[in-house]
Design a protein around this ligand. Structure first.
Ligand code: UGY
Ligand code: MN
Length: 246
């Protein structure tokens, strides 16, 4: 029998691992017939919000973004999505980016559909227009090799353009793959493991992680990772980008 007093989750001042075993549900106005878990939020010192939403039959997310843009990614399942006058059925691996001040509707999900969201307060940049609605998908053929290492591939899901102040990337590590260096940087990350297992080093502490785990890394939280086991490890992650370092 598992011991309920143990968990792999940790919450520190500059990083957190959130494993699903500790989830407690939140009610979010306008999001109905679903379970919402707020994984990362300003309450823990972060400047982004990350949620995981599990939709039941009849599940519905209806709302209007305000100061924060929201990136919705289908981790599993299928849902009908209407944003900016366009209706599409989104399935596993597909996403929609919803800019600020934009109405959105998700409805008619298959039972158990899981969505990941990243929210960030949008910082306008003089001379650049606010991004519009964007649909897209995970596509391994669009994931170039990272830092000349055949074992590492990154797909950028959002355009690399100054109008955007957030990036969302999918990082795939083939067996044996690891980050080429310990990263020390100003950007913040929110992250969800989509596949496999790994060892993550955060602020000189070592954590075993796997599919379904989320990680928060504050600015300057030192980070390194290596995949573990015989299958690739894959995560989707958020990063704030393209703004003046105040
Ligand atoms: O883009 C990044 O900073 C990325 N290489 N970091 C990470 O995967 N922890
Ligand atoms: Mn990084």
């Amino acid at each position: 029998m598992e011991i309920s007093a143990l968990t792999r989750s940790v919450v520190k001042h500059n990083h957190a691992i959130i494993a699903p075993d500790g989830y407690i549900n939140s009610n979010v106005p306008g999001w109905t017939n679903c379970t919402v878990n707020v994984i990362i939020n300003e309450q823990m010192g972060a400047r982004l919000c990350q949620t995981i939403i599990t939709l039941r039959e009849g599940g519905r997310l209806e709302g209007q973004t305000q100061a924060s843009q929201i990136f919705f990614y289908v981790v599993e399942g299928q849902v009908q999505t209407t944003v900016g006058g366009e209706t599409r059925t989104l399935t596993t691996g597909q996403f929609v980016y919803v800019p600020i001040e934009q109405a959105y509707l998700f409805e008619q999900p298959t039972e158990g559909t899981q969505l990941l969201t990243f929210h960030k307060v949008y910082e306008p940049l003089a001379g650049y227009t606010v991004p519009g609605v964007l649909f897209g998908e995970k596509d391994d053929s669009k994931a170039p090799i990272y830092m000349n290492d055949e074992a590492l591939r990154i797909q950028e899901l959002l355009p690399n353009a100054l109008g955007f102040d957030m990036a969302v990337n999918i990082f795939t590590y083939a067996p044996g793959g690891h980050l080429p260096m310990v990263e020390t940087h100003i950007m913040e990350h929110g992250l969800l493991y989509l596949q496999g297992q790994a060892i993550y080093m955060l602020d000189q502490q070592w954590y075993p992680v796997k599919k379904g785990d989320s990680i928060w890394m504050a600015p300057y939280c030192q980070q390194w990772a290596t995949t573990m086991g015989k299958e690739p490890s894959v995560y989707i992650y958020y990063k704030n980008v393209n703004r003046f370092p105040t």
